[in-house]
Design a protein around this ligand. Structure first.
Ligand code: SME
Length: 166
């Protein structure tokens, strides 16, 4: 049985129960309230996203420090791109413009900085508070064109939650 969504209720994919966006956000709101500090919150949020969205193969958060994006927690394979200037990569482009970027085919985008040979698509969502960029959520998928407006909606809401705590 394989349904992408069942009208706002639980979704079933390949026999596994996964949460819909609203359920994930409600859980993450509770986590945000109880987290002792920002670092543990970021780790918990990334673990939730990785677990609930099987097409998220690498998930990380970069924070903007002295005009540089610094990778704080991540879940997935190690990447060489632990510090990125704002004029480099898809990450730099998203942070510079303050806009979510979805790249369906990373190998066709000249801005792309590879972190894994398996990665095929990427979404980067800025974390901002009152117009100021604090950092961004970066997610890679091994599937081409893995990210839809559903992922954008979820991750922009997660970014807004994180902004309250950073
Ligand atoms: N692909 C990113 C670099 C970060 S790695 O994906 C973890 C980019 O092009 O900015």
């Amino acid at each position: 049985m394989s349904y992408d969504a069942i009208g706002g209720a639980l979704a079933v994919r390949s026999g596994n129960l996964i949460m819909n966006n609203l359920e994930i956000l409600n859980s993450l709101r509770s986590l945000t309230r109880s987290a002792p500090d920002a670092t543990s919150l970021l780790v918990d949020v990334l673990l939730w996203l990785r677990r609930e969205r099987p097409h998220y193969h690498w998930v990380g958060v970069y924070l903007l420090q002295d005009q540089e994006l610094v990778l704080v927690p991540y879940v997935g394979k190690p990447t060489p791109h632990t510090r990125l200037p704002l004029n480099q990569g898809i990450c730099g482009a998203a942070a510079s413009t303050g806009q979510t970027l979805i790249v369906d085919d990373v190998n066709a985008d000249p801005r792309y900085l590879a972190c894994s040979l398996e990665t095929r698509s990427e979404i980067v969502v800025p974390i901002q508070h009152q117009g100021r960029i604090l950092g961004e959520i970066d997610i890679d998928s091994d599937q081409p064109a893995a990210f839809t407006s559903d992922d954008r909606d979820l991750l922009e809401a997660v970014a807004a939650l994180l902004a309250e705590k950073l």
